[in-house]
Design a protein around this ligand. Structure first.
Ligand SMILES: *[C@@H]1O[C@H](CO)[C@@H](O)[C@H](O)[C@H]1NC(C)=O
Ligand SMILES: *[C@@H]1O[C@H](CO)[C@@H](O)[C@H](O)[C@H]1NC(C)=O
Ligand SMILES: *[C@@H]1O[C@H](CO)[C@@H](O)[C@H](O)[C@H]1NC(C)=O
Ligand SMILES: *[C@@H]1O[C@H](CO)[C@@H](O)[C@H](O)[C@H]1NC(C)=O
Length: 557
């Protein structure tokens, strides 16, 4: 049998040295479609992904009407509808410390043909932990009268914080054709703090009008980094103060409707120094009205990276470039610490039919079909590559999603720059996209390490020993244990996504591993996690647990 080289050396060698039998990255189109546009997606169990769309005229039916929620089964690549009461269009969400998934906000508008709809902009939707592998009997809990956000929020974002609750950021009230002209410039929490009163945000005020879906990250000291438009801050939840950071350089904007994306790079012990990367968007001034913008305006290739220490902030953003411009890209953590750059187009904007030269209803054009990999540890200028990456032929434009799965591959769905279902046909370049693909890394096609089951919860700062197996051909030159929140994908952003590398030792017989959990909920907010073992760039299937007590987050009056 041919010896398998590590993924990294395979990638480096791929251009010069033909290695015909070496496993490659590949796209895999699933036979079943998602039935709803996968406009939002979050992994909620080892085998299930919750997907949301707008309440509309999707083909998937439930109780005699079009569904707009669904459970995608990662084991069988099949879908089952989920009954949703409120309109989940352009919502956000995350997992809480007790394992429940919470989806928040949405559209207050109703869809004429679909009878079973309630306004969504104050909505809180709860999906309790689901033990059934295929989702049978698992439902969403909603109580639109009693369980509500303090403020109406369409296009908000959210992030799980150090006490395991959600911080909910910004949004618009009712109107959101393009810019945020009806803003909710505040934060709130779920469960509520401050007696359920919202906290006004000067930052959100300043970052109008291109500040929909702000990108926020919980930092390892418990504060929250937020970027919106071309501005960024660190917000101190406990003191209710903001520290203003430098603007994103070169007039580049990164939030809806001028979407780039952002990611908190992997955190490593012992210092867990936070670094943020933002990529894509468009270099354009948002005082320009949409009627003066065009779907053909080139997106930026700029990525900007900042280290969130005093020294790093003084140095400011370091600029590097993707292989192409991208509007609406998404940035996804891979267990080995690389970042996948995927989806989006080379020109234009988010939102529907607002700028000049629309392509059908799309404000964006020139889909990018080939993903790239960003390697944070490489020197500036050498970090981004698409060597060895395959190309899809499915455009993933506005309203697309992507998520890493517990299996270790990447699930991709959605795309719909239309107000309702538009089927493929002559002259339709960007239809409502129901096709689902995975992007499968090379390690899916070789013998992989395995990692044994964990207990339901694992406490902070504790060392845990579990059985593992490592294929004999892997030397173990590099070993990584990654503790991950797989995040909530919506509008070119992965809310709450996180990768913390764990200190670990592998037993001499390579049959067990001992790793140490992060010191506190500031480094990894208490809640569900997927743990992967990577040996010489070959990654195991992930195992799931809850870090912390598994208790419900506090309500603070
Ligand atoms: C769906 O519609 C059919 C025909 O109109 C009716 O017989 C059936 O009871 C309806 N089912 C539900 C769950 O409402
Ligand atoms: C950020 O945007 C503002 C408002 O458009 C602009 O005046 C400023 O120059 C921008 N900053 C940078 C660094 O481009
Ligand atoms: C889609 O909906 C938006 C917001 O309601 C509206 O401004 C726009 O005209 C609609 N576009 C089409 C093509 O129907
Ligand atoms: C988790 O906490 C939330 C907020 O208090 C609650 O609504 C939900 O039911 C809890 N879930 C579990 C499994 O306890």
């Amino acid at each position: 049998m041919r010896a398998y080289l590590s993924l990294f050396s395979t990638l480096l060698a791929a251009s010069s040295l033909a290695a015909p039998s070496a496993p490659q990255w590949r796209f895999d189109l699933k036979k079943t479609t998602s039935g709803i546009v996968a406009l939002e997606a979050i992994v909620v169990s080892p085998s299930l992904v919750v997907m949301f769309d707008r309440a509309s005229d999707d083909p998937l039916q439930i109780n005699n009407h079009s569904a707009w929620g669904a459970l995608w089964d990662l084991e069988t690549s099949t879908v089952r509808p989920l009954d949703v009461l409120t309109n989940s269009f352009c919502a956000s969400g995350a997992l809480l410390s007790n394992g429940s998934m919470v989806s928040i906000g949405g559209d207050q508008n109703l869809f004429p043909g679909n009878p079973a709809i309630h306004p969504g902009n104050n909505a809180i939707r709860i999906f309790e932990p689901c033990a059934s592998p295929d989702g049978e009997g698992c439902t969403l809990f909603e109580d639109p009268v009693n369980l509500r956000l303090a403020a109406p929020r369409w296009y908000p974002s959210s992030v799980r914080i150090f006490d395991g609750s959600l911080m909910i950021i910004g949004g618009t009230h009712v109107s959101a054709n393009f810019y945020n002209i009806d803003p909710e410039n505040s934060f709130e929490f779920f469960p509520p703090k401050d007696g359920g009163v919202v906290r006004p945000s000067a930052f959100l005020e300043r970052s109008l009008p291109a500040n929909l879906f702000p990108r926020g990250f919980a930092l390892p000291d418990g504060r929250v980094f937020i970027v919106a438009n071309n501005q960024s801050i660190i917000y101190d939840i406990e003191k209710n103060t903001e520290t203003i950071l430098p603007d994103i350089p070169n007039n580049v904007r990164v939030t809806n409707p001028i979407d780039g994306s952002a990611i908190l790079l992997p955190l490593s012990p012992p210092n867990y120094t936070p670094e943020v990367l933002v990529c894509g968007g468009v270099a354009v001034d948002p005082s320009i009205q949409p009627a003066e913008l065009s779907s053909q305006m080139p997106a930026t290739s700029q990525c900007s990276r900042i280290t969130l220490t005093d020294e790093g902030i003084a140095k400011g953003w370091e600029v590097e470039h993707m292989l192409e411009g991208r509007t609406m890209p998404e940035l996804v953590h891979l267990p080995n610490g690389q970042v996948l750059i995927i989806n989006g187009g080379r020109s234009g904007f988010a939102a529907i039919h607002q700028v000049r030269d629309p392509i059908g209803n799309s404000n964006a054009d020139h889909p990018v079909f080939t993903p790239s990999l960003y390697t944070p540890s490489l020197p500036l200028g050498r970090r981004i590559s698409n060597t060895g990456m395959p190309s899809s032929n499915i455009a993933r434009m506005y309203h697309s999603t992507v998520t890493l799965t517990p299996q270790g591959n990447i699930l991709i769905g959605g795309s719909n720059p239309n107000n309702h279902t538009v089927l493929p046909g002559p002259g339709v370049k960007f239809p409502s996209e129901f096709r689902v693909e995975t992007l499968d890394p090379p390690f899916m096609f070789v013998e992989r390490p395995t990692i044994g089951k964990l207990s339901k919860t694992v406490p902070f700062a504790r060392s845990v020993t579990v059985p593992i197996s490592i294929p004999s051909n892997l030397k173990g030159v590099t070993t990584q244990v990654s503790l991950m929140d797989l995040g909530f994908s919506s509008h070119a952003f992965h809310s709450s996504a996180r990768l913390v590398f764990l200190e670990h030792t592998i037993s001499r017989d390579r049959k067990s591993i001992t790793f140490t959990l992060p010191p506190s909920g500031r480094v990894f907010p208490p809640g569900p996690a997927t743990i992967f073992l990577t040996v010489d760039d070959v990654t195991s299937t992930g195992v799931q647990t809850i870090v912390g007590s598994g208790n419900s987050p506090p309500t603070l009056e």
